[in-house]
Ligand binder design. Sequence first.
Ligand code: DAH
Length: 337
Amino acid sequence: MQNIIEDLKKKFKEEMQKVSDKKLLEDLRVRYLGRNGELNKILRGLKELSEEERVQVGRYINEFKKEISELMETAEEKIKQMAEDFSKEWLDVTAPGAKLPQGHLHPRTIVLRKVEEIFQSLGFSVVDSREMETDYYNFQALNFPKDHPARDMQDTFYITDELLMRTQTSPNQVRYMEKHNPPLRIIVPGKVFRRDASDATHESQFYQVEGLMVDKHISIGHFKAVIGEFFSQLYGQKIKIRLRPSYFPFTEPSFEPDISCTFCDGRGCRICKNTGWLEMAGAGMVHPFVFKSAGYSPYEWQGFAFGFGLDRLVMMKYKINDMRVLNFGDLRFLKQF
Ligand code: DAH
């Protein structure tokens, strides 16, 4: 008999653990203490026992009853407390969620994407390229023979006698034409390398965007129209273009397009040094030598090419006066974009 009561106690305590609300607690009470509950069942069986046993078991059961009542009381108290806490707790479902820190684009990426978008709208494809080049594509194929003085224009990081870090994106003119037939319109953005001391307007790594258009009857007029449209779209205002004669081994004639100053609209200010013009790029008509390097007939095809510094555009767009901040990775600067 004692064992049966002990087991019942154990079972009760286990079930008690799981009780989480008033209703379940009441169910439990009825099942143990109710008229047809477990304890009454045992009490009914007492008749069969001897006088002595009956007294002992009766005592056990009374103790058990007391224990149950106490446990029930504490449980009830706990459940009441929980309900109270719960009703005090208030959730504002209209409160805005916690903002997670979000990454964002580098200012150079923002400008490059805009540049690509504009040229694509003018029918140009964006072409990928390599940063390590051969002397042949970076120089020889572009009409810089070995020992040509024009190589001095570009201080080169050599890896071996033949391999170098490209000093310009121009090698992709020949690389692309070798693999594709004309007519074509491409831009090739990418990083270039020069042994320049770094200062506010020079870095040993910077970005260029190369452009090339080849067709049957391409003139400087086409170039002026394309580049004028590009800058006007980029700056969201009408930009005038002026071509200054220049020299590059791989273009003939060569020129440097200036754009009307975006800060003073050409009237003259500190930024354009009162000239009304800003230097933007190198450009020219593709030299017959370059067409020959690529296997095109210079008698059949004509084209213009240009290369401009992307970092310069970024600096002008965001009025940044030191190029080096674009490479520092300083979050205080980068977070502003
Ligand atoms: N590659 C030249 C440089 O880095 C820029 C340039 C000039 C590119 C004339 C061209 C071009 O495509 O036609 O200085």
